[in-house]
Design a protein around this ligand. Structure first.
Ligand code: GUN
Length: 288
């Protein structure tokens, strides 16, 4: 079997168009321009690229973008003071603090300081708790993107075996919650899982979110499975050039899977599209 490729880029473009239309409606009907504040501390190159793309796509969707770039040496107190100002600013409907943060700053404390109603990343414990208990929540963007792609590919996910490899707060745990909401039978596997290959082979839906280049091999994939690869890993390519690969050994897996997301062009573009969607949702709820 050769898997069909799940086009995350196209789906993300469709979501961005829907967001732009929703923004137009909010402007026309409520006189409201949704605003997203993105905070970057330091100059991590990958984070800088993400933040630039977030700002660009926010503006393209018709929303206001507020970019806050702070020095690598910024104190926790100064960052918390900025969050307080953004929480109080009515022009700001969504707040995103780019992770990872420098060592001197306690990320958990910073995430806890964001008003849950403006927490468009869905990382606040209030939103994590709401998601886990089936209440209306702002849902983390990458997990949301994964589940949108899975539903678009497979339709109803009820009763399917889903295996999530990785247990991070940003992807693994929330994507497992979302799949459970879709009535999947969900396994969260990780580095201590006894027989990871056999666990993965049970999956109708295999979500790879470990951050290890090409760790998931072709013979870990059940024939016909849907493989969703969250990994974005930079490795040495041919001729010393950097190359981006996922957490799945793509060519091997694509020979076995029914459907697979490419890297790049799979889950990646969905993350920002879902962030924009969360921002519109947050703005509408704050003014509803
Ligand atoms: N760093 C890596 N992924 C993310 C994300 O989804 N949100 C934020 N804020 N930082 C990240």
């Amino acid at each position: 079997m050769t898997a069909s490729v799940i086009d995350g880029k196209a789906t993300a473009a469709t979501i961005r168009q829907e967001v732009a239309r929703a923004v137009e409606r909010l402007k026309a009907e409520a006189g409201l321009t949704p605003g997203l504040a993105v905070v970057l501390v330091g100059e991590d190159p990958a984070s800088s690229i993400y933040v630039r793309n977030k700002n660009k796509q926010t503006v393209e969707a018709g929303m206001a973008s507020f970019e806050h770039k702070l020095d690598e040496g910024t104190s926790e107190a100064d960052l918390l003071a900025l969050i307080d100002r953004l929480n109080a600013d009515p022009a700001v409907n969504g707040i995103l603090v780019q992770l990872p943060l420098p060592k001197q700053i306690d990320s958990a404390k910073v995430l806890a300081a964001i008003d849950p109603a403006k927490d468009v990343d869905g990382f606040h414990v209030v939103n994590a708790g709401r998601l886990a208990t089936g209440q209306d929540a702002l849902v983390p963007c990458t997990p949301l993107g994964c589940v949108i792609l899975a539903k678009q590919t497979l339709g109803d996910l009820s009763g399917l075996e889903a295996v999530v490899v990785g247990r991070s707060n940003i992807v693994g745990k929330p994507v497992a919650q979302l799949l459970l909401q879709e009535n999947c039978t969900v396994t969260i596997a990780h580095s201590r899982t006894k027989d990871l290959a056999a666990t993965c082979r049970r999956a109708d839906i295999l979500i790879a979110a470990v951050g290890r280049p090409e760790m998931i091999k072709g013979d870990w994939v059940k024939p016909g499975a849907t493989v969703i690869d969250v990994g974005i890993n930079r490795i040495e390519g041919e001729g010393g050039k950097g190359k981006i690969v996922g957490d799945v050994a793509y060519d091997e897996a694509a020979a076995v899977a029914g459907h697979i997301t490419p890297v790049p062009g799979g889950v990646g573009p969905m993350t920002i599209a879902c962030l924009l969607r969360n921002t519109v949702t947050a703005a509408a709820r704050q003014n509803g």
